[in-house]
Write a protein that binds this ligand. Sequence first.
Ligand code: ZN
Length: 238
Amino acid sequence: MASAKADVHWTYAGETGPDHWAELEPKSQCTGKAQSPVNIIRTTTVPAVSDAWPLELHYPKSTLLRSVTNDGHSIKYDFEQGDEIAFKGVRFGLVQLHFHEPSEHTLNGVRYPIEMHMVHFSEELSRYTVLAVLGYEGKPSPGYDWLEAYLPLSPGQTKPIEQPFDLASVLPATLTPRFHYEGSLTTPPCSENVNWVVFEQPFMLSEGQVNLLKQNMPTNNYRGVQPLFDRVVSLVVH
Ligand SMILES: [Zn+2]
């Protein structure tokens, strides 16, 4: 996921790419043992019931989308405060959503054309919950048409939107099956304070919709998969 501020010194390739993030930001956790993204192998996940990992979306039917920014790392949409989810009984407010192309998480070793991160934060826990939606190519999605109407944007550019938006239009139809694990931000400082929720069901959008996002972001704006070490990934089927 992209960090909130538009740092320009780290990139996705070469001397300032992911292999050098820890040198660029010595105080970061980029070499920690609970990093993201990861490759999720379904057969090695631990089955869980929804009650153990309760997730509720409390988004209103129409939320206020404030602006869209090309921060040089991704295309990021900012929301008005008040759109919340509840994860394990704690409320997390939606801050922003953004994209990676291709995906950061892989499923059974498969990298998808796109991944959307919906970033939520709890002041109480000083912790994030990120909903990750993988995208595959098929028919166009009206929700993406709406988001992409504000592109193109050059790096550093922001456009105000201030329009209502139905978040359900860019989410899978059901919240299960989904994977959970504890990890990090996927950009410097790679802070290890993130609950990850990765939906197994990918969201369909068209090749043209993928390409439009791609043209507005750095090439391959994804971090490679990180070792799980002693972490487990849980799978909530229903
Ligand atoms: Zn991200």
